[in-house]
Design a binder for this molecule. Sequence first.
Ligand code: AMP
Length: 206
Amino acid sequence: MLKVVFLGPPGGGKGSQAQRIAPELGLAHISTGDMLRQAIREATPVGLAAKAIIDRGELVSDDVMLDLVKERITQKDCENGYILDGFPRTLPQAHALDEIVSLTHVMNLAVADDEIINRLSCRRMCQSGHTTPLADLNGGKCPVCGGEVMQRDDDQPETVKKRLVVYAQQTAPLINYYRGKGILHDINGAQSINEVRMSILQVLAP
Ligand code: AMP
């Protein structure tokens, strides 16, 4: 059973790829960012606490994230495997995850900082979490579901810079952590969406 983590900087393509690949392989797509944005829309206690943190480009606490993920992976759609998109993001999260599941693969989607800034400033997201470059919108709407799109508050340039610093400090150390475990696969995230998809599928479904 595939239990996969998509690791990489903001704008590295984790969500776009997970959204395509999870249904192809019959896996659940677990995006912790989408779960938090939904909690914000529903004004749950977790959502209310997370909003300011996310808007500053910082990370929500490990305890809150672990509770969310632990509960999510017990749901029925996860029983044939899943892709974790955006989790773990810190070493304590990775250690805690190791205690409860045995990951099969970690895909490391590498993209240079200037490309990330360019991608994030030009992307829009609908309420269902589909992310699309401005140029690919369909009459200003989401090309996947036709929904209204907006720019994420945390895709503003100052917040993006902060998110990149947070990524370098807190998340990038996971690359060596998983490399040491022998389950890391480096993917060139600068390729086209379909080329990245094919590179990932070569590893997950050879
Ligand atoms: P994303 O959609 O994955 O870019 O996540 C958006 C924001 O949600 C991040 O910038 C964090 O503030 C928060 N977030 C998502 N996943 C996590 C996580 N695993 N740990 C802490 N914060 C997270």
